[in-house]
Design a protein around this ligand. Structure first.
Ligand code: SF4
Length: 439
């Protein structure tokens, strides 16, 4: 039996796809092993958003060669789609597969025999127009379920549409079937993932279903206690979705909504499809119905044309907004996008300084959000990891709770009262000894 090992760079979508490719290998008689277990084949799933994608890819190839010098090394993923030729020239790489080919990897490479030169199978991105159902397994507690792929938007900083193609989705009936399968395996939480998740519903270029319909259908799936929406564009986060989540027992009070900039001038240059007023309105709507809801925000700083004034506009906007944490990214140039040719390049030093300022703000926001929840009761879904005799889990509204390790608690939801923050900023809690059936 041939052994195969995987390495994933990038987002949740990549993790769910690596997992699915892993299952395809297993169904075909391969044994899935750890990276260091001398596998016969390596599959490295790359990302184009990661800085230094090329450097990282080279490093992992080198590591792979160190652990298993004769292994067949295959590169897939967004970076493989964008730069197949460059990757094929990395010493040690045996095959490169693009977005349309990655799920056919076992059929295409068949014998995994090394050739003189790396084999490249990367069709133009327009050929990546089918949807491949994927979900991650491994962690018993939560699964990332891919419901949508690709993006039809054209944000001026983003290469994802070039690496993943047009927006396309699974059908609601398929997603429900996957959720039921996941429930049968004992997993309690599903994170709905996609490139532009809220755009769910396009099949072969036609809008046949909607994200709201998907949310309603999944809410009825027995056996899954918790659903989270990984990220949703503010313009697609409609009132009906917020209202439904506020009433649902299964959809968690937690949204991650990319803002990218708090300056309307910069939002326009970024080609985003909303202005800051719409974002503020979405946050107000969420908070009016779910005051305890956690809201995460993505922000990019140092976009071309962002003056110090524009940045301060973003800073002040976020400072006043009732959000819980920020994911901050200093702007980074990507080939084949519009932004690098725009005027007003911001120095790397200023990009990093602005990012640091927002990261400090994020810490303050998070602490404030955590403190607001002290004394309140929630349920926590405890995870499998044990560190220094302690285990951790999330509340419904995404507060990280730490507790003394108890094997009985793993993958169980427990009703707790949040008590205080520990030195590392994690929440401590006391059990309220009340069995909670649904969440
Ligand atoms: S919405 Fe914009 S940033 Fe997000 S994937 Fe699409 S093009 Fe990229």
């Amino acid at each position: 039996m041939k052994k195969v090992a995987f390495y994933t760079l990038g987002c949740k979508l990549n993790y769910s796809e690596t997992s699915t490719i892993g299952r395809i290998f297993q169904e075909r008689g391969f044994e899935k092993v750890e990276f260091t277990d001398k596998p016969d084949i390596y599959v490295i799933n790359t990302c184009s958003v990661t800085d230094n994608a090329d450097k990282k890819c080279r490093k992992i190839v080198k590591e792979a060669q160190k652990h298993s010098p004769d292994a067949f090394i295959t590169i897939v993923g967004c970076y493989a789609q964008l730069k197949p030729k460059e990757i094929s020239e990395i010493p040690g790489v045996d095959a490169v597969l693009g977005a349309a080919e990655k799920f056919q990897l076992v059929d295409i490479l068949e014998t995994f025999e090394k050739k003189d030169k790396a084999q490249v199978y990367a069709s133009p991105i327009s050929k990546a127009n089918t949807f491949h159902n994927s979900y991650s397994f491994g962690d018993r507690t939560r699964t990332f379920l891919k419901v949508q792929d690709g993006c039809d938007y054209s944000c001026s900083f983003c290469t994802i549409p070039l690496a993943r193609g047009n927006s396309r989705s699974d059908s609601i009936s398929n997603v429900v079937r996957s959720a039921e399968e996941i429930a049968e395996s004992g997993v309690k939480e599903i994170v709905l993932t996609g490139v532009n998740t809220g755009d769910f519903g396009l099949q072969n270029g036609k809008r046949v279903e909607s994200f709201f319909e998907l949310v309603q259908a999944l809410d009825k799936v027995e056996g899954i206690n918790r659903f989270r929406i990984s990220s949703i564009e503010p313009n697609l986060l409609k009132d009906e979705i917020i209202e439904f989540v506020s009433q649902s027992q299964r959809f968690m009070p937690h949204f991650h909504v990319p803002l990218q900039s708090g300056s309307n001038k910069i939002l326009k240059l970024m080609r985003r499809r909303y202005q800051r007023e719409l974002y503020a309105d979405r946050v107000a709507k969420i908070k009016s119905l779910m005051p305890h809801c956690c809201i995460g925000v993505d922000v990019i700083v140092g976009f071309p044309g962002e003056t110090e004034e524009d940045f301060l506009e973003t800073y002040n906007f976020l400072n006043e907004l009732d959000v819980s944490y920020l994911h901050v990214f200093p702007y980074s140039e990507r080939e084949n996008t519009l932004a690098p040719d725009m005027e007003g390049k911001v120095s790397i030093k200023d990009r990093n300084r602005r990012a640091d300022m927002l990261r400090i703000l994020s810490e303050k926001k998070k602490r404030h959000f955590y403190e607001q929840n002290i004394g309140k009761e929630f349920t926590v879904l405890f995870e499998d990891d044990v560190k220094d005799g302690k285990m951790e889990g999330w509340t419904e509204n995404y507060v990280r709770v730490v507790a003394k390790y108890d094997p009985v608690l793993v993958n169980e939801t427990k009703h707790v009262r949040l008590t205080q923050l520990d030195a590392e900023g994690l929440m401590e809690a006391e059990e309220t000894f009340q069995e909670v059936l649904r969440h």
